[in-house]
Design a protein around this ligand. Structure first.
Ligand code: BES
Ligand code: MN
Ligand code: ZN
Length: 505
């Protein structure tokens, strides 16, 4: 798929499909008005007949319009004539895409870039269009014996975005490049998330990291096995892997986008390739979908890939704690006490609270990178689903400026997060009679906060934020679930904002 940016479409130029906006009350957008005038009112004629009311996302496909050399005109309802908000714009693009893709158009010229969206510029609008388009073509069919044919939805080959002037052209072109890289990353996150747990094991995640390092010279990787983790005294991490036939891996990826010694941004991903709950076994219906418990890890891989494609002038380290949580004779028991790499001892009262057990050692390991900030991404608690639903990832942080940056990046990318408090008052719920700390809270309330409070004990040495993505990383029900790729758009926006703030040299 090819995207290009142009300042106008000469009146005589042919195209497979023009995409134009119409507001409620049959008010044509500026560009639509121009074509309407050229064709002696043919567009407004159809509106007068009542074929399109202009409601947000409603569409009308017209063909062979007089004096318009393009084969088709796709009119898209934009709602009442006023400035749109983010959600409206995304929604009308999302609704327009399948209609466009069901036509035979190989190429389209999109004028929806002219719509005014509150506080958003041409870069934002172009990025949304490209990203939504490319995302709409994603299919996960690697495990279907009969692949869906390269159907209508893959027929479109080129899209031209029309912008107002030269300076917008540059901004839009840049945004197109960013969107393409973000979607490359997103597709990797989705493929890994959707991949079944008998294939996507900790070693599989390690091989994915090696693939990235082989493809991008800016990325290098180091993979620790069980023995090396033992040498580092990662007793908490290893306790989770004990019940599984699949050996755990601690995967580090280093992306160097700069030659100087700028401190790295460290991203830590929970990579539980399947979470049965261990000996604190999950009931059957709660176990379905637990292949998605490595979505944090997948996000780390996706972000590094997108950063490498964009050659971001930043240093980024990814750390993935990969293990499988299984029950059995050699698995950890509730009541076991283990010693983490930091020296803190942990009473494991519930083997299903395993994410924090692998992450705490990974977070201690991060100290060696002398990080600027550490952000962990984890499908950590079902309480995050209760608290925020799928509209926002839960954010908890020990550093207010970092939390602010992430909240803002969430707003502008549309991949939002929302902050929960990390007050000290919550800490005592983690007290243990026999060890330094228990891995679940008593009373069992504020589950998302307590999960973060546990991790906080291991992040005293640096600025840290925790994204609990249990509700946002995948969507759907037991029989029809899929990875969303979140919070990759949020993190990519955070990184792009960092580039703006820190400059390139
Ligand atoms: N991976 C789960 C959290 C989860 C649940 C993610 C549902 C996505 C959907 C995590 O390991 C877990 O089991 N958490 C427990 C913690 C509890 C035992 C303290 C939970 O949230 O129930
Ligand atoms: Mn669990
Ligand atoms: Zn889990």
């Amino acid at each position: 798929m090819e995207f290009s940016v142009k300042t106008n479409l000469p009146a005589k130029q042919q195209s497979d499909c023009l995409i134009l906006g119409v507001f409620e009350g049959s008010k044509l957008s500026e560009a639509a008005e121009r074509f309407n005038t050229n064709s002696e009112g043919a567009l407004s004629g159809w509106l007068a007949k009542g074929d399109l009311d202009g409601k947000l996302g409603h569409t009308l496909l017209l063909q062979n319009m007089p004096s318009i050399p393009s084969d088709r005109v796709l009119l898209v309802g934009c709602g009442p004539k006023k400035d749109l908000n983010d959600k409206d714009f995304r929604e009308l693009i999302r609704k327009m895409l399948p209609v466009l893709q069901q036509t035979g158009s190989k190429e389209a010229v999109c004028f929806l870039t002219e719509l005014v969206v509150k506080k958003r510029d041409i870069a934002w609008k172009s990025k949304q269009i490209v990203q939504l388009f490319l995302e709409s073509t994603y299919r996960f069919d690697s495990f279907k014996s009969k692949k869906e044919k390269a159907d209508n939805t893959r027929r479109l080959k080129r899209m031209v975005l029309i912008v107002a002037n030269k300076s917008e052209t540059l901004k839009a072109q840049r945004a197109v490049g960013e969107a393409q890289a973000i979607v490359e990353g997103l597709h990797l996150v989705k493929d890994l998330g959707n991949c079944p747990p008998n294939i996507c094991t900790p070693r599989y995640l390690a091989s994915e990291a090696e693939n990235l390092a082989a493809t991008y010279s800016s990325i290098s990787t180091a993979i620790l096995d069980e023995k090396e983790m033992k040498a580092l005294k990662m007793g908490s991490f290893l306790a989770v892997a004990k019940g599984s036939q699949e050996p755990p891996r601690l995967i580090t990826l280093e992306y160097r986008g700069r030659n100087d010694k700028q401190k790295p941004i460290v991203l830590v991903g929970k990579g539980i390739t399947f979470d049965t709950g261990g000996n604190s076994l999950k009931p059957p219906m709660s176990m379905i979908g637990m292949k998605y418990d490595m979505c944090g890890a997948a996000t780390v891989l996706g972000v590094l890939k997108a950063a490498a494609i964009l050659e971001l002038p930043l240093n980024i380290v990814g750390v993935i704690a990969a293990a499988e949580n299984m029950p059995g004779g050699s698995a950890t028991r509730p009541d076991d006490i283990v010693t983490s790499m930091s020296g803190i001892t942990i009473e494991i009262l519930n083997t299903d609270a395993e994410g924090r057990l692998v992450l705490c050692d990974a977070l201690t390991y991060c100290e060696r990178f002398k990080p600027e900030v550490v952000i962990d991404i984890a499908t950590l608690t079902s309480a995050a689903i209760v608290a925020l639903g799928s509209h926002a990832s839960a954010l908890l942080s020990n550093h207010a400026p970092l939390a602010k940056d992430l909240l803002e990046a969430g707003q502008s990318s549309g991949d939002r997060c929302w902050e929960l408090p990390l007050w000290d008052d919550y800490q005592e719920a983690l007290n243990s009679a026999s060890a330094d700390i228990a891995n679940i809270g008593t009373p069992a309330e504020a589950g998302t906060i307590l999960g973060a409070c546990f991790l906080q004990r291991f992040t005293k040495d640096y600025h840290w934020a925790h994204l609990d993505v249990a509700a946002t990383a995948s969507r759907g029900n037991a029989k029809d679930r899929s990875a969303t790729g979140r919070p990759l758009p949020l993190l990519m926006q955070y990184l792009l904002d960092r580039v703006q703030k820190t400059g390139t040299s």
